[in-house]
Write a protein of this length. Structure first.
Length: 242
């Protein structure tokens, strides 16, 4: 006897979601940063002690490099020191998505991210609000992904866990289509859905991997000068072009 069972798309999605672990396990702890909670906390705290606190000209967002902590940690500490001890209700972390995916903008299908320092819950309501705003402007949707291995988003989380005061939730956004139009439309959706008085926005991005050092320094210097002047559209041109 052959038994055939037809399952609707909605029911199949529900079954798949029920089989998803509620917490996204870390795929990079032990390689990109220490998997030992005490060692990880001590390392980040040492980076923070070595960094001087600079005046922060931009009130609610920062741009950070997503390499392993041994490379990016000492520099990232300068950015995180500007918000050390501050409280935000929500933290939106935007990153590229390195593996290929046909969808332009993605988020985690899980309910929380896990690092050796604990779990950070995802604010599904705010993710849905950003998705609604993005869809209304462009027809695009934010696609959920299970057990992604995207390091550039997760790499920021231990620093957040060692610097911010009080409880907060996470809004993880991974961007595969980094065209000017998608970046612009996503920016408008974020501005519509998020309250800058209660939200910290962290952008995680490496500018390039492949230029000779002299050229990379020149391009990075131009980018930093543009960013310091808060001219974000020229910054986007610098990033896409270099």
């Amino acid at each position: 006897m052959i038994l055939m069972c037809l399952i609707s798309g909605d029911m199949l999605e529900l079954i798949m979601m029920k089989n998803i672990d509620s917490v996204r396990p870390s795929p990079i702890a032990g390689s990109w940063y220490s998997s030992d909670p005490q060692e990880l906390a001590q390392t980040i705290d040492a980076y923070l002690r070595a960094a001087s606190r600079k005046p922060c000209l931009v009130r609610w967002w920062g741009w950070l490099h997503p390499a392993g902590h041994i490379y990016s940690g000492p520099v990232a500490a300068y950015a995180y020191k500007t918000v050390m001890g501050h409280h935000y209700d929500h933290v939106a972390v935007l990153s590229p998505l390195h593996p290929f995916d046909s969808h332009p903008v993605l988020t985690s299908a899980h309910s929380a991210y896990e690092t050796p320092l604990g779990t950070l819950p995802i604010n599904k309501d705010l993710v849905a609000a950003i998705d609604t705003a993005l869809n209304a402007k462009t027809g695009l949707n934010i696609t959920t992904v299970v057990k992604d291995r995207e390091h550039s988003l997760e790499i920021e989380l231990p620093f957040l866990q060692r610097t911010l005061a009080g409880a907060y939730d996470l809004i993880p956004i991974m961007i595969r289509d980094q065209s000017r139009q998608v970046a612009h439309d996503l920016g408008l959706a974020l501005a519509e859905a998020l309250d800058p008085d209660t939200t910290l926005l962290v952008a995680s991005s490496d500018l390039s991997h492949f230029y000779p050092e002299a050229q990379a320094n020149q391009l990075d210097g131009r980018f930093m000068k543009t960013l310091a002047n808060s001219r974000l559209m020229p910054c986007l041109t610098c990033t896409i072009g270099g």
